[in-house]
Design a protein around this ligand. Structure first.
Ligand SMILES: Nc1ncnc2c1ncn2[C@@H]1O[C@H](COP(=O)(O)OP(=O)(O)O)[C@@H](O)[C@H]1O
Ligand SMILES: Cc1ncc(COP(=O)(O)OP(=O)(O)O)c(N)n1
Length: 267
């Protein structure tokens, strides 16, 4: 039996809500075969990030070669990459193996405020990874950092930012509006010509840990199945909305979303 193959290159979240763990759960729920390359371990729970332990370049390269030389992938999602050295290694390997369907989630700062990307690595992200990305999925602070400008506050500003991000090399831009102060949860898909709005009601919950990882992983899973970017982002939006609508009040801080919700709601 054949199955679409998905790979996440990201950090591990011991609390299970974000990073590698969120990605693999999403890949599985969307009926793809999930694989992982772990770039860093984080000691993390619903209260925040308590430690970051980047893996050696040797360990990361060995994982990439093991997976890509034998099994291969139909889509790749990158998340927490932490340093310029790791970004450069990952970008070179993706080129070497002629990877397709590369979803870059430019993870920078966790919701609790912990830094998951070194300040000096932003340039490497822009120079090495954005030009080879099929799609990037920044949230508003990440988009502002990539563009070197103030954070967007309106849909109009988001539209202009998506156009400018597209000029940096990715084929498609998905700009997430979860951080807008109020109103619906609006994301934009920009394909170089047209801007599409993905809009849902904002769900009133504090338990949104791992939303960005889950959303990007869902896009990767759908691209792996051969869906268009528009179809993939629409499924991903439904997936994350379902996951937030049944988010889990576990731990004493910001709980994770529920990756099994889409399966139940889609029945
Ligand atoms: N309260 C919410 N209700 C509905 N959708 C949300 C909510 N918060 C975030 N989203 C959606 O979750 C996805 C991730 O968005 P965002 O929170 O901006 O990313 P990140 O986790 O990277 O900061 C987007 O599709 C966004 O619109
Ligand atoms: C290991 C790891 N990777 C990424 C994140 C950030 O995940 P995100 O989906 O943006 O969720 P929040 O941290 O914003 O809740 C992370 N926390 N850990």
């Amino acid at each position: 039996m054949s199955i679409p193959k998905t790979l996440t290159i990201a950090g591990s979240d011991s609390g299970g809500g974000a990073g590698i763990q969120a990605d693999i759960k999403t890949f599985q729920e969307l009926h793809t075969f999930g694989m992982s390359v772990i770039t860093a371990l984080t000691a993390q729970n619903t209260l925040g990030v308590h430690g970051v332990f980047p893996q050696s370049l040797e360990a990361i390269e060995a994982q990439l070669d093991a997976v890509l030389s034998d099994i291969g992938t139909d889509a790749i999602k990158t998340g927490m990459l932490f340093s310029a050295e790791i970004i450069t290694l990952v970008a070179n390997k993706l080129k070497e193996y002629e990877a397709k369907n590369i979803v870059v989630d430019p993870v920078m700062i966790a919701k609790g405020g912990a830094s998951l990307l070194q300040e000096e690595a932003v340039r490497a992200l822009i120079e090495k990874l954005l030009p080879i990305a099929t799609v990037i999925t920044p949230n508003l602070p990440e988009a502002a950092k990539l563009l070197g400008r103030q954070e967007m506050e309106t849909i109009g500003e988001m539209k202009r930012a998506a156009i400018d991000l597209h000029k940096m090399g990715p084929k498609y831009i998905v700009l997430k509006g979860g951080h807008l102060l109020d109103g619906p949860a609006v994301d934009l898909l920009y394909d170089g010509k047209t801007t599409y709005e993905l809009k849902t009601e904002r769900i009133q919950t504090k338990h949104t840990h791992g939303t960005g990882c889950t959303f990007a992983a869902a896009i990767a899973a759908e691209l792996a199945k051969g869906k268009t970017i528009k179809e993939a982002t629409e499924v991903a939006k439904s997936f994350i909305t379902a996951a937030i609508s049944e988010s889990l009040s576990i731990g004493s801080g910001i709980g994770p979303t529920n990756h099994a919700a889409f399966r139940r709601l889609a029945r």
